[in-house]
Design a protein around this ligand. Structure first.
Ligand SMILES: [Zn+2]
Length: 132
């Protein structure tokens, strides 16, 4: 019984780091759709800049970041990396800046935050599979 209770608590989206990373994974999903539309609308090479949403963990942040679909795809390959607006990187040790694009930063999650990011990405994949 106690074990079951613990499991339920763990799955709650209330954990601070977990909740923020989950939000980042969802914003990334929005960006995936934006890039998909951009490529469908006549930019097959993925070279034109596309306006995406900042993937920092702040749920109130709607900053626009202009990147090429190619740069976005490169960051997206790793579920622990996110594209954030300049100055929106976290300085609490949960992520490090691994690259600088012209108008945004590529950050990589560390430790528990990285685990949370992988879990969140997997959850979204499962949901996506379920709808097709
Ligand atoms: Zn932001």
């Amino acid at each position: 019984m106690d074990q079951q209770r613990q499991l339920d608590v763990r799955l709650e989206p209330g954990g601070r780091a977990g909740g923020a990373v989950r939000h980042q994974a969802l914003v990334r999903e929005v960006n995936v759709q934006i890039v998909r539309l951009q490529l469908r609308n006549g930019d097959p090479g993925g070279r034109a800049l596309v306006g995406l949403v900042c993937e920092c963990g702040d749920a109130a942040c709607l900053a626009r970041i202009d990147v090429t679909p190619a740069a976005f795809d490169a960051a997206r390959l790793d579920p622990t990396t996110f594209l954030v607006s300049l100055g929106h990187e976290l300085r609490d040790g949960t992520e490090i800046v691994v690259a600088r694009e012209a108008a945004c930063l590529v950050v990589r999650k560390r430790g528990q935050a990285a685990d949370d990011a992988v879990d969140a990405a997997a959850e979204i994949d499962v949901r996506r599979d379920g709808t097709h």
